[in-house]
Structures are given as C-alpha cells and as structure tokens.
Write a new protein. Structure first.
Lengths: 307, 248
C-alpha cells in the first residue's frame, strides 16, 4: 500500500476554517508526522454542503467541478478532503459529470462564464482523509510511529452519512478485501486499532446525526444525537471518534442541548480520529487542536496519559 | 389495505350506527363500523410532472412502491407519519389534498441518503423530499420552513463570496427566523470554549466578522451562478404554472 498518496492536493473546506478548525489542525499535524505532503488548493470555494443542492443540484455540481479544475491546473491527480460533506460533494460531482449530460452542460456553461477550465470527469481522484492515511502509510506505518499507545481507550468509530451514501457515487468501495465497505465501514477502526485503541462494537457507525438540520430542526437533531451518544455509552465507549466536522460539531452541540432541553446528561467524549492518531504518535493535545473543540475532553486525555 | 387508503379509516371518515337493522339483522354498535362513501374528484393530474420538474424530483416516475425508502428512513424511525413511500404514491396518483395534509413535516428530511442508498429504482427519494418541500412552499400551501430559510442564507453567502463563515450563517439564520442568539445551549457551548481559550476564540470571532472569508477571483463565477439561479427559478415557476411573482 505504501508509496501512494505521498503528495496530494488538500481541500479543507469552509467548516475546517471555522467550527471544525481542530480537524484541519490535526489533519495537517498528522500528515506532517507521517511525512506526507499536503498542498492546499488555491482559491478554492465552498462545496455547497447540504444546502446549495436544495436551491439547485447542478450549481452544487459546478461548485465541486471548479475545485476539481483547480486541482487539475495545479498538476494534481488526487485531491484529499477530510470533511465528509466536501468529500461527498466532490464524489457526487464526479459521478454526475460522468453520467448526466445536463450536469455537464451546466458545468461547461458556468465554467466558461467564470473564466476557468471546464473540469471533465476522470481527471482527478477524490479521496477522504481515511483513504489518504490508510493507503499511504497504512496500519503498519501507524504502528511504527506510536509513542503513546491508545491502549485501554475504548473508541466508538462514527462515520456518519456522507462517507458511504449513496453507494453509487463511491465506485471504489465494496470491492472486497482491502476496500472500504459502505454498510460496515472499517478504515477508521483499523487505523485507530493500529494506534492501540480498543474499538467497541458500535452499531451506529453510519447512522445520521441530523447535521443538515442541526439548527433548522434542532429537536430532531437532538433526538438523533442523543441516540448516538447513549448507544456509544451502552457499548462502553470512552470516546466517539469522528471524521466529519458537521457530525463532530453536531454531537458536541446537541450533547449540551440534550442536557439543557431534555435533561439527559451524557459524558462520552468526542474527538476527531486525527486528534486520537496524532496524540498516539506523540503530538500534544494543543498540536492537534483539542482546545479548539467545543467540548472539553482533557479529563479523559489526562486519565489515559495521552497528554 | 394499500397505503394510500389510509385516509379511508381516519376517524372523521368512519360511521357507527347506534341503531341499525339491515335485512332484519341488528348491526348496531361499534363492531359494525362503516367507512363513509366517497368519490375523489380533485386529482391534480399534473402533480407528478410538477414535482418532477423541480431539482431532485426528476426520477419520481420510476418508483414501484417497494417501501425500501420508508423502511430505511432516519426520520420515520422517530416519527412514523414521515413516510416517503406514501408521499411518492400520493404524488404519482395526483392526490394533492392528501399530500398537503403533511405539509408541516415533509421539510424535515435530514438528507442522510439512507433511502437513496436503499432504493432499487434510482428514484433518489431524498431529492424527491426536497422537491416536494419546495413545491409546497412555491404553491403557497405553507410558509417558508426553517430548512429553506437556512438553505437560502447559506447559499446566498456561497454565491456572494464563494465561501461561508459558519458563525455568520448561524447569526443570519437566527435573525431570519426571529430566534434570540441567547439559546441556553449555545451560550454554554460558546462560554465553554471561551473559558478554555479566550484570546484565540475572540480573535477568530472578531477577524471572521471583519474579514469575511472569500474566494479570490470569484466575481465572474458569482455573476454566472446568479444568472443561472434566476433562470432555474423562472423555469420552476413556469413548470408549476405560477406567474412571474407571488402565488398562483
């Protein structure tokens, strides 16, 4: 596996410059530690998240196509997006541009008027931060670099919706051994296990946190998140490992809201998987942005001697 | 009983007779409940075409009613009245008045894509839910729902600058929906962060307000997108047979 993805284009996206900055910081820090090169896309734009498609899906396709055209112009054949939303949208655009004439037509019109190259499908591969670490250094690469093993840390791996659904936009998944599964994803489990973590058998790996309506329908989101939190606790997890800034912030936000509105207190911690990997490889909590999380996980980090 | 016949057994459509004798047989009482006779005449024969014309609704005609969408649905699990299969059925039959009864919950689809993952017919039920919510608002059956207000605030920022700043999206959403920013959970969330790292947080908050993140060289893309959005809106209104402005 090693050798692949040593230098890739990096698309952080808006959330990683705002509420999810801890994910940005920890992804970069882990990459540096692993000797992997990230080159940020120049003048990237928002992918449209879960919102622009509701105004019109083809604009959303264009937004991602513009980012992919930038990667191509910079000479990259791979772009890595740690945010599930960005990753999903780049994949979706790739699929639509390959299969839908109307999407191609709108993309070429908007790209022409905006004055940049029209992206054509098949030129740039989109990968997630999980693919990036899994296929560049893999579990062996992680094991070699572990300084503070996550031994004794019980982790519920939470992948969310956008990393696996719908299946058809992820042609490389469900290809048997070695490939990611869309029904039971395992890349995060494997990477964290390599760092010593004890993964619990979490049945809600791909359940929804209600992130798209985190603010507009908070009561629904709070119910969904509370279910994720209490189930993680019932599985014996100390921490939920996340790989999406919307899920992560949603869990933090609605953990507090569940306590305030429903009187249901949960104490399971929430950390990005890159924060856990980074601390396992000897990076300080500050270097992986633990202080930038909305929730406070320091008690657990100290207890497990990761600080 | 087919799912679309749910309406037949609503309490207001059921009749019980305290004293009823038919052919000499006493059938009084609740054990002999009758369904009101009815004839449906208000079909909207264009309903499927109208929703199919809106973004996301294109494949609704492919549905063969297997129910995989509802079975997989995140929202259905917490509210059994949230039933994508049922709504798709109503739309395909043209039963507009039945569909409109659920106008206050259809917008609650969380876009988890479990339905689209499960659908064997590539209907994209998630897109159909969004198109239906949009249709209800455009037709004036319901006011703009919070999710549409959020989508618009978000999209306007993207179209305007190429990027969003999540604090600004949050503030605009609360402002447009007339909610105070001092939600107890939000206060706890923010003060928790400030306590642990005040200088950083305040600096970032301040900087983001003064210097909104924006994509360099975005102005031409902005013009192209805005022009296209106007075109889409005009086409949508035409498909729904609405005049250029306002309701039907």
């Amino acid at each position: 596996m090693s050798g692949k993805y040593q230098k890739v284009a990096y698309y952080p996206g808006c959330a990683l410059e705002g509420s999810g900055h801890a994910y940005n910081r920890s992804t970069k820090a882990v990459g540096k530690k692993l000797g992997l090169d990230l080159v940020e896309l120049k003048n990237w734009n928002c992918c449209g998240a879960m919102e622009v498609k509701n105004i019109d899906p083809k604009i959303q396709t264009y937004l991602s196509a513009r980012n992919l055209s930038i990667a191509e112009d910079m000479g990259f054949d791979t772009v890595m997006a740690p945010c599930n939303g960005c990753y999903h949208n780049l994949k979706k655009a790739e699929y639509d541009l390959e299969n839908d004439e109307a999407s191609r037509e709108v993309n070429s019109r908007l790209s022409g008027k905006a004055g940049h190259n029209t992206y054509e499908s098949g030129k740039v591969e989109t990968i997630h931060a999980l693919d990036w670490i899994k296929h560049s250094v893999g579990e062996e690469g992680i094991k070699d670099r572990v300084k503070n093993s996550l031994k004794g840390l019980k982790v519920a791996n939470y992948y969310g919706c956008m990393y696996t659904r719908p299946r058809h936009i992820f042609p490389e998944k469900d290809k048997g051994p070695g490939s990611e599964s869309t029904s039971k994803p395992h890349f995060m489990d494997e990477l964290l296990a390599a760092a010593g973590a004890e993964n619990v058998d979490y049945p809600l790996k791909t359940a929804c946190c209600g992130g798209a309506h985190a603010l507009s329908d908070s009561d629904t989101s709070t119910k969904l998140v509370l279910n994720l939190l209490t189930t993680a606790e019932a599985c014996g997890a100390d921490v939920i490992a996340t790989e999406c800034p919307t899920c992560h912030t949603g869990l933090e936000m609605h953990q507090i809201r569940a306590e305030k509105v429903l009187g249901r207190k949960t104490s399971v911690k929430i950390l990005y998987f890159t924060q856990l990997l980074g601390m396992a490889m000897g990076l300080s909590p500050k270097a992986v942005g633990v202080h930038e999380n909305f929730s406070d996980s320091m008690s657990l980090i100290k207890e497990k001697k990761l600080a | 009983m087919p799912i679309h016949e749910k309406s037949l057994i609503r309490p207001e459509n059921l009749v019980e007779h305290d004293e009823l004798v038919i052919d000499g047989v006493d059938v009084s009482g609740h054990w002999s409940t009758f369904i009101e006779t009815r004839a449906i005449s208000d079909y909207n024969e264009d309903l499927q075409d109208e929703i199919g014309a809106l973004g996301g609704g294109e494949n609704i005609h492919r549905c063969w009613q297997c129910g995989s969408c509802t079975n997989a649905c995140t929202v259905n699990a917490i509210n059994p009245d949230f039933n994508p299969r049922y709504w798709i059925y109503l739309i395909r039959l043209g039963m507009e008045s039945e569909l409109v009864r659920d106008k206050d919950i259809i917008w609650q689809c969380v876009s988890c894509n479990k339905c689209t993952y499960a659908c064997p017919r590539d209907v994209n039920p998630e897109g159909v839910m969004k198109a239906t919510a949009h249709w209800l608002e455009m037709k004036g059956h319901t006011e703009k729902k919070p999710s549409m207000i959020f989508d618009e605030a978000f999209s306007e920022q993207v179209f305007d600058t190429g990027k969003i700043e999540d604090g600004l999206v949050l503030r605009q959403f609360f402002q447009r929906t007339g909610q105070p920013l001092t939600q107890p959970w939000l206060v706890t969330l923010v003060t928790g962060l400030i306590k642990r790292f005040p200088v950083f947080y305040l600096m970032r908050l301040g900087l983001a307000t003064v210097f909104r993140p924006r994509t360099k060289g975005w102005s031409r893309a902005k013009a192209a997108i805005n022009e296209y959005v106007e075109e889409v809106e005009a086409a949508n209104r035409k498909a729904l047979k609405l005049d250029a402005k306002g309701a039907e």
